[in-house]
Design a protein around this ligand. Structure first.
Ligand SMILES: *Cc1c(COP(=O)(O)O)cnc(C)c1O
Length: 377
């Protein structure tokens, strides 16, 4: 059986976890958390990067830092994971869904401006499959309307737009280190913060509303409760697992890109015959091979292909059911304009197995089976 996903494991994880235990410092912000912070700050050129317990929590932290209040409106695509919306719904915001572009599956930047009302507070671009949204246009709109930009870069670690790392372009960026993502710590994430004032406040909110971080750095002689807050620090054992992979980020990235290119070359003839569509990467985007997907003719053909491949021991998955069509999406949000592509394109999309360690022969086998399926179509 070829699974859809296997959590990344590079080899040094157990060593580092052992060291974190021997340090007698397994809570948050220990040695390995700090190493991850520094590595990510250097890699992204971002003022401040802080590990969190998930990307969901990074998004919640961003919503708190952006001071989202009941009645505010937040613009995002409907084609995304629930957490993108949940983080803002928790603050009482109404979600305004905007249609996606059929080529990248990202929010259509040309439709954002017409979704803005006097209540709009933030735009949340989601970099689907590690392929960047049209950030120059989005940041320009945000600037002109005085809106906050929170990048959901859960899938965008080590991917870039015009040379800038995803997550470091807007006011806040959110990464995921869930086991299904390119780099993992089981459950985990990070927030990237541009402004120094917000970085100070993020440290406080993340530490239960206390200034404990400043205390630990010796900047104050006792710590106290100064703001609202929660607990968003992952254990240092989890950070140790992640650090092993971040150290070898290029190795993991290259291996994934190789698989991605193998799929793309091997399936290109089917795309030329217009039997399927393949992913599109805009020129200004450097992606990270987070995902390889194809698009079938319609949902019916996709369902048949999924079961065909399953019979051949290949596990593939689809996602997402657009949020605006779900019960909570209807309650907490509304769709701005027409749903031209969100539903239609999401019903065609199929994700193929993609993980660090997937073998060349396995990818060849998957490509071959997809050809078999399309032989008589
Ligand atoms: C995975 C993912 C999340 C959630 O990440 P967690 O770390 O599991 O909370 C949020 N948004 C997108 C687009 C994702 O792919």
């Amino acid at each position: 059986m070829i699974p859809f996903n296997v959590p990344p494991f590079i080899g040094s994880e157990l060593d580092y976890i052992r060291k974190s235990i021997q340090n007698h410092k397994i809570c948050g912000d220990g040695e390995y958390s700090k190493k991850c912070h520094i590595l990510l700050e250097e890699k992204t050129n971002c003022q401040k990067v802080l590990l969190t317990t998930s990307c969901t929590h990074a998004l919640e932290l961003a919503a708190l830092l952006a001071d989202i209040k009941p009645g505010d409106e937040v613009i995002m695509p409907s084609y995304t994971f629930v957490s993108t919306a949940d983080a803002f719904v928790l603050r009482g915001a109404t979600i305004v869904f905007v249609d996606i572009r059929p080529d990248t599956m990202n929010i259509d930047e040309k439709l954002i401006e017409q979704a803005i009302t006097p209540k709009t507070k933030a735009i949340v671009p989601v970099h689907y499959a590690g392929v960047a949204c049209e950030m120059d246009t989005i940041c320009d709109i945000a600037h002109r309307h005085n809106l906050v930009v929170v990048e959901d870069a859960a899938q965008g670690v080590m991917a870039s737009y015009k040379g800038r790392q995803l997550g470091s372009i807007g006011d806040y960026g959110c990464y995921s280190f869930h086991e299904t993502k390119n780099y993992s710590m089981g459950e985990g994430g990070a927030i990237l913060i541009k402004s120094p004032q917000s970085a100070d406040r993020a440290e406080i909110i993340r530490e239960k509303g206390t200034n404990r971080s400043r205390f630990l750095r010796g900047q104050i002689d006792k710590y106290t409760w100064v703001d609202l807050g929660s607990s968003y620090l992952p254990s240092d054992m989890n950070a140790a697992y992640l650090y092993a992979q971040l150290e070898k980020a290029d190795k993991i990235n290259n291996a994934r890109l190789k698989i991605w290119n193998q799929y793309n070359d091997g399936l290109s003839d089917l795309a030329e015959k217009s039997l399927i569509d393949l992913p599109y990467i805009p020129e200004e985007c450097t992606h990270n091979a987070h995902m390889y997907y194809i698009k079938c003719k319609d949902i019916d053909e996709r369902t048949k292909l999924i079961s065909f491949l399953k019979e051949k021991d290949i596990l593939t998955v689809f996602h997402y059911i657009p949020l605006h069509s779900s019960p909570a999406g209807k309650k907490f949000g509304r769709f701005s304009g027409e749903d031209r592509y969100t539903t239609k394109e999401s019903e065609r999309l199929l994700r193929l197995p993609m993980y660090y360690g997937l073998k060349t022969e396995e990818v060849d086998y998957i490509i071959e089976q997809i050809h078999t399926f399309y032989k008589d179509r």
